[in-house]
Design a protein around this ligand. Structure first.
Ligand code: GLP
Length: 233
């Protein structure tokens, strides 16, 4: 807990500004070659800030946290589409990676993805948090030693995330996700949480105890965690 830095900001836009400053410093000090990325509404101002900036990512490789099973990259509901739309079509990266939720053999795809990200070595992993305290798609009960795997989404997550599905496509009930151990392998973790709906998760985290029903609490086992939030805690 002592190692966790909590940065209070006035708004999501100010939070995005904080993340930009952090990334800028890491790039300037040649400490950022592999960046873990996240999706969700929290990340929209972050990617807007990065795309509007002068930052050069042409030597940076990215790995996304997760992807729905069964949605092609052409579906506006897929995380691949989200990333193209908000970041990759606007900024040049060395290489970008997202788990392939269309793979015929999903377990083999998870193994391939985990190996690739371990070989690359994550310098920074960006994280959001679900209302039930999940990170990536590590739902309540996911063990600490989990690596990239196929996850069953909970009713809570399906309910929250289905509001972003903007056509008749049904929200998939499974996803491929980095595991807790995959995320914890990053040298630095930066979690963003904006809005009252995230208060229970941040409150649970600040209690300081690891509780596998709130996977955000696993971050206590990491020695370089920054949380950027607009919540008064
Ligand atoms: C999904 C993603 C998470 C993300 C969460 C919160 O469940 N798998 O990585 O943190 O949504 O999304 P939002 O930022 O829209 O609140």
């Amino acid at each position: 807990m002592e190692k966790c830095k909590l940065i209070k900001v006035e708004s999501p836009e100010k939070g995005a500004e904080q993340f930009y400053q952090l990334i800028k410093e890491e790039l300037e000090n040649d400490r950022l070659h592999v960046l873990g990325l996240a999706t969700g509404s929290t990340m929209i101002p972050v990617y807007a800030k990065l795309t509007a900036s002068e930052l050069d990512f042409s030597n940076v490789t990215t790995f996304n946290l997760d992807e729905y099973v069964g949605l092609p990259a052409t579906s506006p509901n897929s995380y691949a589409y989200f990333m193209d739309d908000h970041l990759f079509n606007k900024k040049k990266f060395k290489e970008t990676n997202i788990p392939n939720g269309m793979a015929a053999d999903l377990d083999a795809e998870c193994n391939r993805y985990e190996q690739a990200l371990q070989q690359a070595g994550l310098d920074i992993q960006l994280l959001g948090v679900g209302e039930n305290g999940h990170i990536a798609f590590n739902e309540p009960g996911t063990p600490a030693d989990s690596v990239t795997h196929v996850a069953e989404l909970t009713d809570s997550t399906l309910g929250v995330n289905s509001q972003y599905f903007d056509n008749d496509e049904k929200i998939p009930t499974t996803a491929l996700t980095m595991g807790i151990a995959s995320i914890m392998s990053a040298k630095k973790l930066v979690l963003l949480a904006f809005g009252e709906k995230k208060r229970p998760a941040i409150t649970k985290f600040l209690e300081g105890k690891i509780d596998s029903d709130w996977t955000i609490t696993y971050l206590h086992e990491h020695d370089d965690v920054t949380i950027i939030t607009d919540l008064d805690m």
